[in-house]
Design a protein around this ligand. Structure first.
Ligand code: ADP
Length: 166
């Protein structure tokens, strides 16, 4: 069985991420969405990791057992070793993504040449979506539903976040 991990901050998971996941499921039997802490971002993020995981679990329900969700703090390649997975999936929107992703993939390749990074091109209708834009909309009480997986009750998770931050 071919398994890949799809690592990211997912703060929060968007329609863009779902689009990448759907493409990855055409290549792999199973995909593990792995919520990690990016060393270039604030450690805690906007949504706490627990809530990010709940949002992803709600969003990936239609895929059943083909998608797992986990979180990690170690290097992505160490997560691959821990899970026994040899493929990393990442999404590409723009040339900026391409350059940023290239540097990470090259570093990973030096650390473990057996782990292969696979890129999925964003569908043009979702290529402008980013977690940053979604967070900005949510922070200003805007309607982010056009950017989020259908049926996701984001209000419930914003309420949970507020309770936790009290
Ligand atoms: P990170 O902080 O690790 O970049 P993100 O959650 O921002 O984590 O993104 C995870 C992955 O999903 C990255 O490879 C990113 O390029 C990709 N991605 C994010 N939004 C989109 C989108 N709209 N279309 C395609 N790929 C996307």
């Amino acid at each position: 069985m071919r398994t890949a991990i799809f690592p990211g901050s997912f703060d929060p998971f968007t329609l863009g991420h779902l689009d990448v996941l759907e493409s990855a499921l055409k290549l792999f039997d199973k995909v593990i969405v792995a919520v990690g802490y990016n060393s270039n971002k604030a450690t805690s993020g906007w949504f706490p990791v627990d809530i990010r995981i709940k949002i992803i679990k709600d969003s990936v329900k239609p895929f059943g057992k083909r998608v797992d969700v986990c979180c990690y703090k170690e290097l992505t390649i160490d997560l691959c070793h821990r899970l026994g997975v040899n493929f990393i999936v990442r999404g590409l929107r723009t040339t900026t993504d391409f350059e940023f992703e290239g540097v990470i993939a090259q570093a990973n390749k030096v650390m473990d040449p057996d782990i292969v990074t696979v890129y999925v091109q964003a569908s043009h209708e979702y290529s402008f979506i980013s977690s940053t834009v979604v967070r900005d909309v949510l922070i200003h009480n805007g309607d982010a539903t056009p950017f989020l997986p259908k049926g996701l009750d984001i209000k419930k998770y914003i309420k949970q976040r507020k309770e936790l931050k009290k």
